[in-house]
Structure formats: C-alpha cells, structure tokens
Design a protein around this ligand. Sequence first.
Ligand SMILES: [Zn+2]
Length: 395
Amino acid sequence: MSNHYNSTLIKKHPRLPARVMRITTPHGEVLTPSFMPVGTRAMLNYLTPSDVLDTNSHIILGGNTYHMLCTPGMEVIEKIGGMHRFMGWSKTMLTDSGGFQVFSLSEKGSVCIIDEEGAHFKHPITGKILHLNAESSIQTQKIIGADIIMAFDQCTPEAGGRETALAALDRTHRWLIRSKAEHDKNPQSAYGFKQALFGIIQGGSFRDLREQSAEFILQQDLDGIGIGGEVIGFDMQKTVEIIDWVRPLLPENKIRYTMGVGLQPQDLIDVVGRGIDIFDCVAPTRNARHGTLYYGEIVERDDWIAFESDTGVTKILIKKSQYAKDDQPIMPSCDCYTCKHFSRAYLHYLFKEGLIAYFHLSSIHNVHVMQKVCVKMRERITNVPSPPAKAGGEG
Ligand SMILES: [Zn+2]
C-alpha cells in the first residue's frame, strides 16, 4: 500500500459546487462525498468493523483524542501499534484534536480550564489534572495513528457574540501554527505512516471572521480544511450560509470537511450541494439507539437529489404501537442487512424489551442510509448531463 496522502478532483457537478474527490491514504482510498461514522471510544456503538464496512463506509472518525487520553491512555494504544490495530479497522481513519471535547467539558461546567497554553482538565476516573495543548494534541494523534489528523483548535460558542468569536479565532490561528510546527517535525504517525494535517476555520456566524479565518488557514499550506464551531451541523441554515461565504476562497484540490454534520440524511445532501466532501456525526447511531430510524426515498430533484417520504417525516419512531404488527421492513427501498431480514414488528419488540440485538440492527440501518445517500450523490454528480455547449459565433 502506498505511504502517501493526496486528494484529487474526479468530477464536478456541471451546475452545482458538488464534486467527487478521491482521497488516497496509507490505509486505502475513499471516494467523496463520504459520511464518517464516529468511534468516539475506539468503537462504533454496537457495530463491528465488518458491519461498518457492510454499510459502505470506507472512512471513520476513530477514537477521539480526549477520550483515548483518558482511557485506555496512550501507553496502551502505542503498545498495540495504533488505533487501526487496536479497534480492528484497516481502512482510512480520521481523528480529532480534542478541541471540541474540551470545549464541551468547559461549557458543561466540568473541571476544564482553557487558556492560551491549552486545556487543563480533570481525569474523569483518577481526578488527576491532564493538559492538552497544540503540541501534545499532535503527539497524541501521532500515537493514535489516524491517516488524517486535525490541528488543535478552540471551538467557537454560538452564544458568545463577536468578541468571543474573534478571540477563539485568533487563538485557533496561533494554535494552528504550533500544531503545524509540531507536525512538520515528522509528518508521519508513530508507526511510519504518512499523516495529513487539516486546519479548522472558526469565526462563528460572522462573515468577515469566517473569511479571515479561511484566508489564514489557506496561507499555512495544509492538506485539507475543516469548518468548525458549535453552529456547524447544529443550525443547518447557518451552516450552509457559512459554507457559501468561505467556498469561493477554498482551492479545488483540497478536501473540505464540515465537522459534526449529519443529524439526518438531508443535511448531507445540503452541504454536499454547497461543495463539502466529508462529514462526521454521532447522530445516526445515537438516533438508532433511542428508537429513531431514518425512513424515506432518495429522489432526483432538478439537478440534485432530496431525501423525502410519503408521510412528510423522514423518520419513524419504532416504539409506537402502530409498528407492533407491521411486517414491512423499516424502509422498503433500503438494502441493508436489517431491512432485508427483519420487520418493523420485530424491531419494535426488540426495542420495547431493551434487547441488545435492537441496538445492533437499528445502527446498521441508520448508518447504511447515510452511506446510501452518499452513493446516490456520487452517482448524480458523475451522471448528470452537462449543459449543451452554446452555439458558436457563426450566427
Ligand atoms: Zn435498512
């Protein structure tokens, strides 16, 4: 397998910013648009790596830096030879810098202080104070050994206003320079595999700050670009607006990653239609566990696609008594393992009884639907006809 990273434009939609990219990494190739299931604690809840592959996933977010630092700790991960081996995933992997988790901790009032040096937080079990900064985040991600790693950033809270957004942006830029310097010492994992470093555009919901951040990130000559902040993926109207602000500044050959997008299938369609390539979200598996299963049809709409349903709602709540005797699959057009073999009645029963098989089967379906939407987007970008060439100048 080649020991390098690159990203290549394969096909652009003739009328939309949507595109198909190929990402080449030491652990395989990925065609985008591609959804990344999230393995927060070095596992995808209730899914084995083989289940994940069966959902057509070729890249995952494996093991969050913050969680891996807390437990099992870097000594264990390094001894086993990195996260790919530890969790049994042989394909492409991205990990995060820990920036978002320490931000969440500080917002929730847990013991976590963020200052210019980095984040200082209490180990959830031992109570010992741990420190995470730009340098140690990069070193940790080298031990995790993911193919794509992220610069340490300060997430922008949505409620903070302009001054807070500006402060987070300036700090993120200073930390980016430190992250890159640490990465450039040896741009490989602890196991000798080439790693790509992505920077993160902050700036909250302020257009000039987002543009300023995008320009700064691009000057650093990184391998790819993340778009972060609390608002991304949470408020989809603002998310697409922010993408539209920064997209004209972004080069065509670099991967664009919206961090935390994917509450529902239509969210993927909305960001890809604006020129985004990859995204991660815990929602598909979390929704599945709580009984919310994606339901709908992928339909062609003008030059693009949409995820719609006959009921007007693109999900079903499997706990409802109306499914107790329903012999249909969750989503009749879905070809996942769950839909091919089991009825809504069976899933309703498993859910009501709290049986483990429910969590497994429902997670397979929800992740599969996200990837099915990505497959359809790749097809649409590749196959939608280009507009006829305008008649020449001969009158
Ligand atoms: Zn299904």
